[in-house]
Design a binder for this molecule. Sequence first.
Ligand code: SF4
Length: 327
Amino acid sequence: MKKKRVLSGMRPTGKTHLGHLHGILENWRELQDTYECFYFAADWHALTSEYKNSAVIKESLTEMIIDWLSVGLDPQRSTLFVQSWVKEHAELHLLLSMITPLGWLERNPTYKEQQEELADKDVGTYGFLGYPVLQAADILMYKGNYVPVGKDQLPHLEITREIARRFNYLYREVFPPPEALLTEVPNLGGIDGRKMSKSYNNAIFISDPADVIAAKIEQMVTDPQRGYRKDPGDPDVCSLFPYHRIYTESEVVDEIDRECRRAAIGCKDCKKKLLERVVEYLAPIQEKREYYLTHLEEVEEIIQEGTGRAQEVARHVMAEVREAMWL
Ligand code: SF4
């Protein structure tokens, strides 16, 4: 039976951090077992917020794909490609923008939220407002059946589904409205306890060497009420504890939970335990990164090959779209 198709992309706007690793990439890796996956570097999407500093996109792009490979994305099973190398995305974006009512974009609840989150950037542009249309083009181009999303991205996907339905209604049935593959995103804060983000300068990167990770874990905010070692702590409000849930064996996590609450373990020791686990976890990923960083021609071939595969699908679908629209 033909596998269902999954589509997803990531913006190359800097280094890959642990939030990306556990919130996105490990999920992508699992999906490869069940679905036909298309994963792309969304460099045009990156431009919507980074247009004044577009060099960062080029700098991040290859490294980001190296991170994907190092985490276990398999180019034999998944199509890995760069959005801007498949020019058909721009054409479909243009055509879909003709049929997308402005109100759908203006009312998009994540539009305002993202404007606030990117307050340090001037995102009052046509491209930023039209971000969901480009996203719809990316997904519909491959007639994706599923899109892995967190709850907060559901409104974006809904716009894609609306656009697909509108196209099918106006012309003919070309695009299956994609469905959400809801994913659990672990609640990993940055070292200052806020959302992990490059712009907050609070992230731990998967490429960080052990001494840098040690320094970052050392700075991590724990239970703010726990002033002294003898004070009991509360793992539920500590930003370090969710990391233990990912990296540490469950019996030890339970032990830390108990010991923290009766002040039998100090934050210093708790951080030390975490550091050991994180470094151990990242070691094979970092080893693979080193390999790819010294075999860039192999990475280039993988991207070229994936982009070629994506292009083939895109050409077919665009022929169908043009015909449906009498172009
Ligand atoms: S002992 Fe560990 S879980 Fe408890 S407050 Fe300190 S760092 Fe957090």
